[in-house]
Write a protein that binds this ligand. Structure first.
Ligand SMILES: N[C@@H](CCC[C@H](N)C(=O)O)C(=O)O
Length: 313
């Protein structure tokens, strides 16, 4: 006898009555569920069914809002920052867990406000628990800015020596290109392309091949520097991304941070600290700022929108 996995409609049937919201940050879209007391664990198959664009609600990821005190990973968060009451429990569209989502954490805070779970005036900061530690999110007039913490090379020895640590092959690229793997709490591999035509010609239906692939897989960003690279003191780049656990998306916040980090590193000492990153779904800002821990931190800014509320029926 062969057993097959339950279909998305079967899985969703088990979630009947679940209230949800739909939101996005520059087109990177999420299903959001409020579960303050941790009473509704959403398993991998349930996340994948909710995110299914044909038989579910459809999204790049699922975000559950849960109190940090109510899940195992929250203990480390509360030890780091006792005020981090809320935890962003994030899953990719295929149901896999990710450590961090830069667009998602802005939309998460917009959702907490929308649900009346927090109040946050412009200029105020809310610490949020994630699997990549505590992220401080400031409400701004036009969205949110997130202190993403320090960036790191995934393989510091190779990157420092070679300025690249991987080769990347993708549909539409004539030959493999050098890539640089950067951690923003989650893994990224950044590839610079020469001009917009190369970016437009990419076929990202299939995952790019990264060699060697970082230990936990990777998101891959293809980036074209603007001509000139710097205008009005701001570095300007255009990016497309293939996300681990999702596919091509309209935007990736941690990816934009990794892309600005790699291009700034390659550009050398004269490169600016502020970057404008154009993605298919809009634009986000990336800034390199001094952190309170004495290290350089990456700040991501951009919009967050809640577009709909519903109940699974
Ligand atoms: N779109 C997100 C990143 C989501 C997680 C990613 N797919 C991974 O698996 O690391 C962002 O805005 O950062």
């Amino acid at each position: 006898m062969t057993l097959s996995a339950p279909s998305a409609p079967d899985v969703l049937h088990g979630l009947t009555g679940l209230p949800f919201a739909k939101g996005h940050g520059t087109g990177n879209d999420f299903v959001l569920v409020a579960d303050p007391a941790g009473e509704r664990h959403l398993a991998e198959a349930e996340a994948a069914a909710l995110c299914d664009r044909h038989q579910g609600i459809g999204a790049d990821g699922l975000i559950r809002a849960i109190r940090s005190s109510e899940l195992a990973e929250g203990a480390a968060v509360l030890a780091e920052e006792p005020a981090a009451e809320w935890f962003m429990d994030y899953r990719n569209a295929d149901g896999s867990l990710s450590e961090m989502c830069g667009n998602g954490v802005r939309v998460f805070v917009a959702f907490l406000i929308d649900q009346g779970l927090v109040e946050l005036a412009p200029g105020e900061v809310l610490p949020i628990g994630t699997r990549a530690g505590v992220k401080r999110v400031e409400r701004r007039a036009d969205g949110f800015a997130v202190d993403m913490g320090p960036w790191e090379f995934i393989d510091p020895r190779r990157a420092a020596a070679d300025a690249s640590d991987a080769t990347v092959t993708a549909g539409g690229l004539d030959v493999a290109r050098p890539g640089l793997s950067v951690s923003m709490g989650n893994p990224h591999t950044v590839v610079a392309l020469a001009e917009p035509g190369e970016l437009a010609a990419l076929n990202l239906h299939a995952a790019p091949l990264v060699e060697p692939v970082p230990p936990h897989g990777t998101n891959v960003e293809f980036v074209v520097p603007s001509e000139p690279l710097v205008a009005d003191g701001i570095g300007r780049i255009t990016m497309r991304v293939h996300e681990r656990g999702v596919g091509e998306t309209q935007s990736c916040g941690t990816g934009a941070c990794a892309a600005a980090t790699a291009i700034r590193y390659w550009a050398g000492d004269a490169a600016p600290d502020r970057w404008d990153v154009a993605v298919p779904g809009g634009r986000v800002g990336v800034a390199f700022v001094p952190g309170t821990d004495g290290r350089e931190h990456v700040e991501l800014s951009g919009p967050a929108v809640i577009v709909a509320h519903g109940t699974l029926g």
